[in-house]
Design a binder for this molecule. Structure first.
Ligand code: GDP
Length: 441
């Protein structure tokens, strides 16, 4: 996401940084390029115009800071204004003070509502809440089935809606059922249509009035660009939306909707969907996103994800083992599993400063590779896992055979294992910048 915009801005900033002092002309020219880049990223033209004029006023007014070069100062201002444009700070979900909280998801059909309901259930559960999924699309039995299946897979209870029930009635009964089950948050997956229509809006209004949800979130497809922003506006007019979820941000290289939605509607973007899996949901942080767009990386989100995925105690144990040189192949496998839990590695690395697209292309990491490594280690004896040095030619052959791989694969794995140890030592000294080297491939 935002790849094109990041690249464009990168070249604008390189030019700016090249000047020892910045004149009004340099700045004007640079900002013209920034504006074009924003428009190409499909940012609403009014929003682009406003943010550029704010940046210009500040850049020319020069809040001079001795510690920064003029080019850096402009980048800092752009970063701050982008952050403001996207809503300044992360807006958390609201919960009802008493009784179960209802979170109503609305949006057009295919926007990703049902998937988002599953993702939110996962997110809420991780945060100590007890979600309850409520399918309300009584016009499409397939939609009820989809959510019911999702709930089953995730082991989250789902209200047994049927197509002959009225949507508001479903919500009311679900509230009682949630109480009986000890669930505290209802995720209401409402009906979507292919286009906005009055009947749908009236039904959603009735549900909203009837259950008084703590959140009415509009789920919109980022790939539809400015259409998503317009739809957001329409829903907001009728339903007084409390926030947005933009899905399919993984597929939208432009990202214009995410950049404009707050400025156009005045309502916050709370989450972005970045994939089809239930873990592919990120709380939206304007400041971090601005840094990500400007190529400063998003170290904070990276660390947050890492902390979420990695068992702290296990990580500490691993670190101790590293320090004492007791890091076995079993630990290597463990470490790899933890990294795998973090989701798509490429996405993660993309959040780090200094990691550019080319580097990511070079890193051809995929799940298959992980599975292979796991199979190889599983085919080793405990002794081999503890003392890799004893794995000589005949053992390698046996392991390759046992894991359905080749001796070459076994060699490759052993090499990355020893490299991983070396890198970890460096990481202990060098900090974040060596993290890429620490990953086991
Ligand atoms: P609904 O009709 O609004 O309930 O939409 P669904 O939840 O059924 O989603 C429609 C399609 O979009 C499905 O194929 C989902 O897997 C896909 N989808 C939803 N969210 C995302 C996302 O964040 N990224 C990607 N790549 N696909 C998504």
């Amino acid at each position: 996401m935002f790849d094109n915009l990041s690249d464009r801005l990168d070249s604008v900033f390189k030019k700016l940084k090249g000047h020892g002092t910045l004149t009004e002309n340099n700045i004007e020219d640079g900002l013209k390029q920034v504006r074009l880049a924003l428009l190409e990223a499909d940012v609403n033209y009014k929003v682009a115009k406003n943010v550029i004029s704010d940046i210009k006023a500040r850049a020319l007014g020069q809040e001079v800071m001795q510690s920064l070069t003029p080019g850096q100062q402009v980048i800092k201002i752009v970063n701050e204004e982008f952050t403001k444009m996207m809503g300044s700070t992360h807006q958390e979900l609201n919960f009802s003070a008493t009784g179960a909280t209802a979170i109503m998801l609305v949006g057009l059909q295919g926007s990703g509502k049902t998937t988002t309901a599953g993702k939110l259930a996962h997110f809420l559960r991780k945060n100590g809440r007890k979600p309850y999924l409520v399918p309300v699309d009584v016009y499409r039995p397939a939609a009820i089935d989809q959510l019911t299946k999702l709930g089953k897979q995730m082991d989250v209870p789902v209200f047994a809606s049927t197509t002959d029930m009225k949507p508001l009635k479903i919500c009311q009964e679900a509230k009682l059922a949630a109480r009986d089950l000890g669930c505290d948050t209802l995720l209401i997956d409402t009906a979507g249509r292919l286009h906005l229509d009055d009947a749908l809006m009236a039904e959603l209004e009735a549900i909203k009035t009837g259950i008084n949800p703590a959140e009415t979130l509009l789920v919109a497809d980022a790939m539809t660009g400015q259409d998503a922003v317009n739809i957001a506006g329409e829903f907001d007019k009728r339903l007084d939306i409390s926030g947005f979820v933009l899905t399919k941000m993984d597929g939208d290289a432009r990202g214009g909707a995410a950049l404009s939605i707050k400025a156009v509607t005045g309502k916050p973007l709370k989450f972005i969907g970045v994939g089809e899996k239930t873990t592919a949901l990120e709380p939206f942080h304007p400041d971090r996103m601005a840094s990500r767009i400007l190529g400063m990386g998003d170290t904070l989100s990276f660390i947050e994800k890492a902390v979420e995925a990695v068992d702290r105690k296990e990580a500490q144990d691993l670190e101790k083992k590293f320090r004492k040189n007791q890091f076995t192949l079993d630990d290597f496998k463990n470490q790899m599993q933890q990294v795998r839990n973090m989701g798509s590695i490429k996405d993660l690395l993309g959040m780090l400063p200094g990691v550019n697209k080319k580097m990511l292309k070079d890193l051809n990491i995929n799940d298959k590779e992980f599975t292979k490594i796991e199979a190889i280690i599983n085919s080793m004896t405990p002794e081999e896992r503890a003392k890799h040095a004893i794995i000589k030619a005949s053992r390698k052959k046996r392991i390759a055979l046992g894991s359905g791989t080749s001796v070459q694969d076994v060699n490759k794995l052993l090499k990355s294992y020893t490299q991983s140890m070396k890198m970890m030592k460096k990481f202990n000294k060098g900090g974040m910048k060596n993290l890429r080297g620490m990953l086991p491939f």
